[in-house]
Design a protein around this ligand. Structure first.
Ligand SMILES: [Zn+2]
Length: 342
């Protein structure tokens, strides 16, 4: 794996997230493209793209602790993911952006809206904690003052329910439910990877894009964004056998076509698509199972989607070498951590 990575002149390192509070969900650290002949402390790449290093010494993992800030600051993307603030907390949130993010070296803020936004095209989708366009403009101003790029995020496939609560899009437009016959157990009984998790949209519903594209466009305009995070994580319900459009189809094909359509729309808006990695990893052969990888046969979609999508490879507990897998496939990849710094 190491040799393949260096041959492609790609290096990436996970440097861990940091607990900054305010509802942090997942931290994103950066992948890095190495130009020709650039060297690091870890290896040097010569004209023939061969590695010049002592092969008797195993590559060392990044050193954590006091040297961490130096190493973190060489990464081009040093991102933090947070939920959008509740309406009364917008000013406090802006102060946090201005005062804390520059000190921590953060240069990208991914803001997870879900339905916490007062959409003009669909006001009925705004949930209780929705903020408005003016609030987002305030956050954008704070980000600019802090030298931080703002990227909006919505969950555009799964996570359309939370335990037994159906989220606004499917509540108001149940026709987009991939599995109307399959509902969260009430009362909720978690049953691990064999239980119900979250509802999904039907990615092949003919009216879905005319519903979600305007929502995306509103967030792009409010954030003045040149990138958009579409999530696509933890999709357990896809190509559901009772969906009249998707039943019997290859889940990888359904997933790949949907991701490509989102990417194409974002490309028209001059936005680069970011997405989570888990549906593109085979959870059975890697033993990464059903959350941080796919056990429902979507993983072959990795060869069906455009390579300009940025893959955010999240892991909560450990650091398997999956960022290298995406890099070898030709993607830019951001190793993304949460609870642990190493
Ligand atoms: Zn469907």
């Amino acid at each position: 794996m190491w040799d393949l990575l260096t041959r492609r002149q790609v290096i990436h390192r996970a440097f861990g997230a940091f607990a900054l509070g305010l509802g942090m969900h997942r931290g994103l650290a950066a992948g890095r493209q190495l130009p020709d002949r650039e060297s690091t402390k870890f290896e040097e790449v010569n004209e023939n793209h061969q590695v010049d290093r002592d092969m008797t010494v195993a590559p060392q993992p990044p050193i954590m602790g006091e040297s961490m800030p130096d190493r973190w600051n060489v990464l081009p993307v040093r991102a933090l993911l947070l939920f959008s603030p509740d309406p009364p907390d917008v000013d406090l949130f802006c102060r946090f952006v201005r005062e804390v993010l520059p000190k921590e070296g953060v240069n990208v803020l991914v803001l997870l809206f879900r339905y916490r936004y007062k959409f003009r095209t669909h006001p009925e989708l705004a949930d209780r904690a929705a903020i408005g366009r003016d609030d987002v403009k305030k956050i954008l101003e704070a980000c600019r003052a802090a030298g931080v790029k703002l990227i909006p995020k919505m969950n555009l496939l799964a996570h359309q329910s939370e335990q037994t609560e159906i989220m606004p899009l499917l509540k108001h437009f149940p026709q987009f439910d991939e599995s109307p016959d399959l509902n969260p157990p009430n009362p909720w009984h978690p049953n691990g990877q064999f239980g119900f998790y979250t509802k999904s949209l039907c990615p092949r519903h003919p009216d879905l894009f005319s519903m979600i594209f305007p929502l995306m466009d509103e967030l792009i305009e409010a954030c003045e964004a040149d990138a958009f995070h579409v999530a696509l994580d933890e999709v357990w319900i896809i190509a559901h056998d009772r969906c009249p459009r998707c039943g019997g189809m290859d889940p990888a094909e359904v997933f790949g076509q949907y991701a490509t359509s989102l990417r194409n729309h974002l490309a028209e808006k001059k936005c680069r698509m970011w997405m989570w990695s888990d549906r593109l990893i085979d959870g059975k052969t890697t033993n990464l199972l059903s959350w941080q990888a796919s056990t429902n046969n979507t993983h072959r979609a990795i060869d069906m989607i455009p390579k300009d999508i940025v893959i955010c490879d999240w892991k909560y507990e450990d650091a398997p070498p999956t960022p290298g897998y995406f890099a070898v496939k030709g993607f830019d990849v951001l190793p993304s951590t949460c609870y642990k710094v190493d």
